[in-house]
Design a protein around this ligand. Sequence first.
Ligand SMILES: C[S@@+](CC[C@H](N)C(=O)[O-])C[C@H]1O[C@@H](n2cnc3c(N)ncnc32)[C@H](O)[C@@H]1O
Length: 274
Amino acid sequence: MENKIEIIGKNGQKLEITKAEKEKRANIKKVNDEFKKINAEKSKIINEQELWKYFFEKPKRNYNKYMYEMLEFPEYLMYNNENVDKYCGKWNDFFGNNNDIYLEIGCGSGNFTVQNAEKFKDRNYIALELRFKRLVLGAKKSKKRNLNNILFVRKRGETILDFIGKNEISGVYINFPDPWEGEERKRVISESLFSKLDIILKTDGKLFFKTDHEQYYEDVLELVKALENYQIVYHTRDLHNSEKANENIKTEFEQMFLSKHNMNIKYIEIKKIK
Ligand SMILES: C[S@@+](CC[C@H](N)C(=O)[O-])C[C@H]1O[C@@H](n2cnc3c(N)ncnc32)[C@H](O)[C@@H]1O
């Protein structure tokens, strides 16, 4: 039997691994460190005149100040499509471990994913958001907590196939997405999303959905019933008075719906069964 070597893991725990595993880890760490260095250098080089190119067709007169602040968090925030797409199928290299990867679509200012990353250090989290300020706030919270298992990415949920590989994701969170009343075809949770989850989500992986919106809740239940490779494994109209209440991590919108409007939160867990 091959001799095992004792090493200290990323989170300070003792691990016994083979020499080959140790070398593999060292290589992953090297790729990761190089990426972070390049990204940090690029961020410094890109000046205020050039940054717009990542987001707009042509220069504008005024920019959101958070657009520039995004440059300050190269380890926690990616906005450059080229960098993001390069990691398609290789996100474990980015995180420097083989832990499961969870994705949040429309993360707002990141409370939910930051708290998850803090609680589950042996999981990795990628959080998608479009708004500059919310991305910066999420990155700031992650840096303050010195987290090394979280990344914010400025990408639309609809584009996941551009930068996430086959079976790369263990769970997807969608919390309080816009219900698009009257324009329901624009909703993030749609048949088209499930056809993408067919590719990126592992078998037995789950989609977790929270909403304040009764009709969105009903529509998702109906939609999933018609899909043969997905199964609703849990649903409730009142998450905060359910058996899941204790483990629930509140999002910013959830907090607002509870405190200002005293609303019942609807919740669905959907499992990919094949
Ligand atoms: C109603 S907010 C909910 C934010 C957060 N999940 C929460 O519960 O507090 C919806 C968020 O999704 C983001 N968003 C909307 N469409 C998106 C899309 N197609 N891809 C990624 N994020 C999106 C918005 O910018 C917004 O921050």
